[in-house]
Design a binder for this molecule. Structure first.
Ligand code: ZN
Length: 283
């Protein structure tokens, strides 16, 4: 094992998995995880312009892991002289299989880079903030495919890709679980009611912005700052005005370290695939 476990306890299970040509062992231990946290509070806005924007004006930009590797993937996929496996029992060529393996390797590298980044960012946030306020996001709506024949299809595809490349959903759930583990509060602002992107954090005046407007300029009190930062401030203001006891906040509970649920799902999927494969062979 490289490094050491953050919290150790009684080992319960050990699962060995084989993924992309490598072996992994996942050990779950039953323990009471402890996490240090600070006394500060912060509001966060997740966007596409900046991956994260905080209420104090700091922003974290999107690392774009997939974009970095996309060229390599495209090149590998394009290399000539390989036969794809088809539906009617067409076997793929050796070159094709090799290319598929290579692409898989790059993709899992991207996945690991992204996960590492998520852990670093979320740990850093939780280490000084025990109250995190953010907006509820409709990821499915945000990353909907463009309509057929739409002129902006390519643009929308690129936007979707960049939203998905950040992996906001995963990052948010990591922040949530880490804050809860530390005994802090994770608060999601009801978007429809509060409208963080349209409200002035200084005076509360509401005005719609177009997507192109990157700056918040209040026409009433002349308050001006980055659009995403303003939205994070609105979230934090709302959360500060709430009574914490009345909120539906999950209480910290002892959790199993290690992602057994994910592993379980993977095992289930693999079993399904094998069954399908066997059925095809016998049929
Ligand atoms: Zn204002």
């Amino acid at each position: 094992m490289r490094g050491k476990a953050r919290d150790w306890g009684t080992p319960n299970t050990c699962t060995i998995i084989f993924k992309q040509g490598k072996w992994y062992a996942s050990v779950t231990v039953s323990c009471d995880p402890k996490r240090e946290t600070g006394k500060e509070a912060c509001g966060i806005d997740f966007g596409t312009h900046h991956a994260l924007a905080f209420d104090d004006g700091t922003v974290i930009d999107n690392p774009r892991f997939l974009k970095q590797s996309q060229d390599k993937i495209n090149k590998t996929a394009k290399k000539s002289r390989k036969k794809r496996a088809g539906k009617k029992g067409v076997k793929g060529s050796r070159r094709w299989k090799k290319a598929v393996r290579k692409i898989g390797k790059i993709q899992s590298l991207v996945g690991r880079q992204r996960q590492n980044w998520h852990h670093q960012v979320s740990t850093q946030i939780v280490s000084c903030n025990s109250l995190v306020a953010t907006e509820k996001l409709n990821l499915k709506g945000m990353t909907k495919k463009a309509k057929r024949g739409s002129k902006r299809k390519r643009q929308k595809t690129g936007l979707n890709r960049s939203i998905l490349d950040v992996g906001i959903g995963n990052l948010k759930s990591l922040i949530k679980s880490k804050v809860t583990e530390a005994g802090g509060f994770y608060i999601e602002v009801p978007t429809r009611k509060v409208k963080p992107s349209q409200t002035c954090p200084n005076c509360g005046h509401q005005k719609k912005k177009t997507l192109a407007e990157r700056q918040h300029n209040c026409e009433k009190c002349l308050y001006s700052c980055d659009r995403d930062v303003a939205s994070a401030q609105v979230c934090l203001n709302w959360a500060r005005g709430q009574e914490l006891s009345s909120l539906d906040v999950e209480s910290p509970s002892s959790t199993l370290c290690g992602s057994m649920r994910q592993l379980g799902a993977k095992k289930h999927n693999n079993a399904k695939k094998r069954q399908k494969h066997l059925a095809q062979q016998s049929g």
